[in-house]
Design a protein around this ligand. Structure first.
Ligand SMILES: [Mg+2]
Length: 207
């Protein structure tokens, strides 16, 4: 069964953009606490560029949509997050090339995205980065059937809260060492909005 069509993939990016714009201030505040405060602006602007690009373009496959998003994010989003999200979507696109997006194919694609983030960011689980969210979502997708994927939201919320108590070991926040504790990781939060947008576009959500 196809779970994500080209139109749904476009809608995923559009819904992501809406959520990131809506929560721009929150992401900025989180990044001001342990980073340089640009995450809200970067993500809102980057995804607005993605939407501008994909809304005016015809795509044959979901892989093409994600590749297009990846190129835009890598080119337009500053800081560490542009290349990380760009890599994640690019690896997902490569994984989905020539395939219909079944639940199984999507799980493989998230694995590929996760690996991309890990390689690009040299991240491990528990270092208070967006990798933590992707890692938990991938683990969940492997263990749960498609019709329970709404559970992605709870999985994300739990790991986001966990990042609050973590000491940052990667990126700018790691300079703060122990002082990074007590703050949610901004990249984890933006990843949540992207996965929340994904859940929004799945068809069973509308039933
Ligand atoms: Mg920043």
């Amino acid at each position: 069964m196809v779970i994500l069509t080209v139109d749904q993939a476009k809608q995923w990016m559009i819904e992501s953009q809406k959520k990131l714009v809506e929560h721009k201030e929150q992401l900025t505040t989180l990044d001001q606490a342990i980073g340089d405060g640009d995450h809200g602006i970067n993500m809102a602007r980057g995804f607005s560029e993605v939407v501008d690009k994909i809304e005016g373009t015809e795509y044959d496959t979901v892989a093409d949509v994600l590749k297009s998003a990846a190129m835009t994010l890598t080119a337009k989003v500053g800081g560490a997050s542009g290349p990380l999200y760009g890599t994640a979507f690019l690896k997902m696109a490569v994984s989905l090339q020539g395939k219909e997006v079944t639940a199984e194919a999507f799980v493989d694609a998230v694995d590929a995205g996760l690996e991309g983030i890990q390689t690009r960011g040299k991240a491990e689980f528990g270092e208070k980065t967006l990798f933590d969210v992707w890692y938990q979502v991938a683990a969940f997708l492997h263990s749960e059937p498609y019709d329970t994927w709404e559970g992605i939201l709870e999985v994300c919320q739990a790991i986001i809260e966990d990042t609050r108590e973590m000491v940052a070991l990667r990126g700018r926040a790691s300079y703060l060492k122990e002082r990074s504790k007590g703050h949610i990781d901004p990249g984890s939060m933006s990843s949540f909005y992207i996965f929340q947008a994904f859940v929004d576009v799945l068809e069973w959500e509308k039933a």
